[in-house]
Write a protein that binds this ligand. Structure first.
Ligand code: NAD
Length: 484
């Protein structure tokens, strides 16, 4: 592990290929111990304006003239550098987000893989010629939107930048990126890697800052032609409203209350690690966290014991100790999770198991005991609302129809897992589930860079990841020529 992963000035923003300071800064806190880590720029509307100017100049200059193949080669080269620096990036993420090193390293490798994937795809998206009446030739071109805005949350900065900025750059857009105020370091480190690898000035601009300042200015900017937002439902609705004023398309990747449904015929040995990991990974601060475990009643007792044993064995500690779970992102997030634990206590919910916090943890850290609740009514707040912490609820069900009604019975629809050996049921449930991704006898397909991702209902709309994202980050022009 490098001794100082922070080998750059984190208070600088990237605008037009230059690193520059901001009028004001914001403190970053290490959630593992509460210490102040660094200061980052508090970008303002004027900085977003400057970034938009720089992006516009990039489109009119070297970046706009690059061939798709050259863009692809460049993205792949940036991806290779990211992979080479995966340990350093993981260390930065551990300090900034509180993510155990192995999880941060997996995010860095995923960022590298996104750039490899979208680099390879850049010159493979093309238009068509269309059959029309005699004397005409008609064709379509895939073109970039122009300037794209990217608003990113703190929980998976590297992965989310990889999937949205990677696809946008592949299609030739110029990006203005606003990372989350709580976690900027790996985004800034990535931008430095991209510049060093030769990304033309202005193709990527990074303006950290507060959501209501830099974020709102980016969402409302009249020259931004597409917005990609990942974050909470409430903020997503604000971003969509701002985009509507400029009649700009928006991709919204929002929250979830994703179920994993375990039928009695499931391979429980295979299921158990996935069921728990999908709840406690990144301390449960994952949009696709499987926060609801739906269990067919006949295997409820057996599965409860197995899950509980795993919970009791969880090792929790500072992110750099690289255990199963680190702290939450902040004391503020800890307050939210503790609120839900209080609601559960007040309504008498049964705790099936909790992870233990070791007693030597730094007192300023944002640690919470991972908690598994048993027999939770499907309409209870803990089974309906996104908690964004390591809290899972078990909900027993009786038969397929009951399982589907419970699974679909929240305002969200992001991801679902189904555990069954019955082939017919696998397909029936996959069709009936209201969500953007279904995983059968697994959860996440080992990363899924290639798999289109996004939600229905309040989990959002539009798709990122996979080839599909390239269509979202481009627009189609039809040309018809009369040549008699
Ligand atoms: P958030 O909505 O508070 O913030 C997300 C981003 O929006 C941040 O960069 C923030 O600065 C910015 N922002 C805040 N107010 C803004 C405004 N008025 N205008 C423009 N931008 C603004 O979300 P969060 O707490 O950082 O992230 C947690 C949420 O993100 C959870 O709900 C989680 O499920 C969701 N999430 C979804 C996905 C997905 O792919 N579906 C992935 C990760 C996180």
């Amino acid at each position: 592990m490098p001794s100082s992963p922070l080998s750059f000035d984190p208070a600088e923003m990237l605008i037009g290929g230059r690193w520059r300071g901001a009028r004001d800064t914001l403190p970053l806190v290490n959630p593992s111990d509460g210490s102040e880590l660094a200061h980052v720029a508090r970008g303002q509307a004027a900085d977003i304006d400057a970034a938009v100017d720089a992006a516009e100049a990039a489109l009119a200059g070297e970046w706009g003239r690059m061939s798709a193949a050259e863009r692809g080669r460049l993205l792949a080269a940036i991806g290779r550098r990211v992979v080479e620096q995966a340990d350093r990036l993981a260390h930065l993420e551990a300090l900034d987000v509180g993510k155990p090193l192995r999880q941060g390293r997996a995010d860095a490798l995923a960022l590298g893989r996104y750039l490899e994937f979208y680099g390879g795809a850049a010159d493979k998206v093309h238009g068509e010629t269309l059959p029309v009446q005699h004397g005409y030739t008609a064709l379509t071109w895939r073109e970039p939107h122009g300037i794209t805005g990217h608003i990113v949350p703190w929980n998976y900065p590297m992965q989310i930048v990889g999937r949205s900025v990677g696809a946008a750059l592949a299609m030739g857009n110029a990006c203005v990126l606003k990372p989350a105020e709580e976690a900027c370091l790996t985004v800034l480190a990535f931008a430095r890697i991209a510049v060093e690898a030769g990304l033309p000035a202005g193709a990527l601009n990074v303006v950290p800052g507060l959501g209501e300042e830099a974020g709102a200015a980016l969402a409302a900017h009249p020259r931004v032609r597409h917005l990609s937002f990942t974050g909470s439902v409430a903020t997503g609705a604000l971003v969509q409203a701002a985009a509507a004023k400029n009649v700009v398309p928006v991709t919204l990747e929002l929250g979830g209350k994703s179920p994993q449904i375990v039928f009695a015929d499931a391979d429980l040995d295979a299921a158990v690690p996935y069921l728990v990991n999908a709840g406690i990974q990144n301390a449960g601060q994952t949009c696709s966290a499987a926060s609801r475990i739906l269990i067919e009643r006949t295997v409820h007792a057996e599965l409860r014991e197995r899950l509980a044993a795993r919970y009791r064995a969880l090792r929790i500690g500072p992110a750099v100790a690289d255990l199963d779970m680190g702290p939450l992102i902040s004391r503020r997030q800890l307050g939210i999770v503790e609120h839900f634990l209080g609601v559960a206590r007040d309504s008498g919910l049964a705790i099936a198991a909790q992870g233990e916090l070791p007693n030597h943890l730094p007192s300023g850290g944002a640690y919470v005991r991972p908690t598994l609740f048993d027999d939770v009514p499907a309409d209870h707040a803990l089974a309906q609302q996104e908690i964004f912490g390591p809290v899972q609820v078990m909900i027993p069900f009786d038969g397929e129809a009951d399982a589907l009604a419970i699974a679909n019975g929240t305002p969200y629809g992001l991801v679902a897992g189904v555990w069954t050996r019955d082939g017919g049921r696998q397909l029936r449930t996959a069709r009936a589930l209201q969500c953007g991704q279904v995983f059968i006898n697994n959860y996440g397909a080992g990363g899924g860079v290639e798999l289109p991702f996004g939600g229905v209902k309040q989990s959002g709309h539009g798709r990122e990841k996979g080839f599909e994202a390239l269509y979202g980050f481009s627009t189609l022009k039809t040309v018809a020529i009369r040549h008699e």
